[in-house]
Write a protein that binds this ligand. Structure first.
Ligand code: UT7
Length: 323
């Protein structure tokens, strides 16, 4: 059976760091409030003129280097973003051109904070049906561009960045011992699309708009939906939380991660947390966290890694992989 094996991971963060103390000079907030309610201490913010594609290319090059592969061997790019360079063409095609690739396919996926899980699942499906041999799956965002910097309830939570993985088609035995993506589950429920949204768009206002969120509502659904989809994946694979070495979650709020862990009885030290330094980077947060834990040696080859996310739509999902 064909498997999509993760052969490399990389990330890219803008140079500028914005701390909670810096934010307290812009809006009526405090380091204490932000840390207590979200766990975030700082986030990276793109420089003027620094685009989502710039961060995506940086992450892609780092992932290719880690995999020891040439850009030209890639025949699929799936890029998850809600902050594309332009309404069209897809930012993935800009990345493709900047990597010097002229074959294969490149397109964007839009599932907000669940974007990386959606992109990974899409690329995995295309690899397993023989459509591609080597894929770059990228999550890249410049959320700073769609934040209302006068709204303290949202602007303190998000940051910019990108992460990428290289997937390669390899034959596996079709058992849970295989390396690669073992299973994934995607969900959405559009009845909630007014709980977390951007108040603009090409066909409604002809503007880009700003992010709006009913934080408490999103929080409530996040813990329930994330725990349910993680449970769904574990049940399908006949696993218990004890069998999984690492949880690499979307990084929205430390309390969501702790609440989900409590619900599923997962030891807190198995959860990779980077939101303290990155904030919520939407589709980029999972590959950014994965890169951190692979490069610092926590995630070792052969480890079972469960990734999960929930975001605007609502969308949510989880993917289980053996690194
Ligand atoms: O990635 C996609 C998914 N997104 C999420 O998962 C985010 C989910 N939601 C959350 O993480 C949390 O709901 C927040 C961090 C957004 C907010 O935490 P909360 O504990 O739900 O606070 P709250 O919204 O109920 O606000 C509590 C108080 C309010 O004041 P009053 O009405 O109690 O007087 C807010 O006005 O905190 C106030 N507040 C702030 N105070 C200082 C809201 N934002 C701030 C702020 N600084 N930045």
């Amino acid at each position: 059976m064909l498997r999509s094996v993760m052969q490399g991971v990389g990330s890219c963060l803008p140079e500028r760091v914005l701390t909670n103390h810096d934010l307290a000079k812009l809006v009526d907030t405090s380091d204490e409030w932000i840390v207590e309610r979200s766990g975030i201490h700082a986030r990276h913010i793109a420089a003027d003129g620094e685009k989502t594609s710039d961060l995506a290319v940086g992450a892609a090059l780092a992932a290719l280097k880690h995999a020891g592969m040439e850009a030209n061997s890639i025949d699929l790019i799936v890029l998850a973003t809600s902050t594309p360079d332009q309404t069209f063409p897809a930012t993935a095609t800009t990345v493709q051109a900047r990597l010097g690739i002229t074959h294969g396919a490149a397109f964007d996926v839009q599932a907000v904070c669940s974007g990386f899980i959606y992109a990974l699942t899409t690329a995995d499906a295309l690899i397993r049906c023989g459509h591609a041999k080597r894929a770059l799956v990228i999550g890249a965002e410049t959320f700073s561009r769609i934040l209302d910097w006068t709204d303290r309830s949202t602007c303190v939570l998000f940051g910019d960045g990108a992460g990428a993985v290289v997937l390669e088609a390899q034959q596996g035995d079709g058992t849970i011992a295989d390396r690669g993506i073992l299973t994934s589950r995607l969900h959405s429920d559009g009845r909630y699309n007014d709980k977390l949204y951007v108040d603009g768009g090409p066909s409604s206002t002809k503007t880009v708009g700003y992010l709006r969120m009913e934080g408490k509502e999103v929080f409530r659904h996040a813990v329930t939906n994330i725990a349910a989809v993680m449970d769904e994946v574990m049940q399908e694979m006949k696993l218990t939380p004890q069998d999984i070495q690492w949880i690499v979650p979307h990084q929205a709020n430390r309390r969501i991660l702790e609440g989900t862990a409590r619900k599923l009885n997962i030891p807190a030290d198995r959860i990779v947390i980077t939101l303290d330094r990155h904030g919520n980077t939407s589709a980029a947060s999972i590959p950014l966290a994965l890169d951190t834990a692979v490069k610092d040696g926590r995630i070792q080859r052969g480890d079972l890694v469960l990734m999960e996310a929930m975001g605007g739509g609502f969308t949510w999902g989880a993917a289980l992989a053996r690194w």
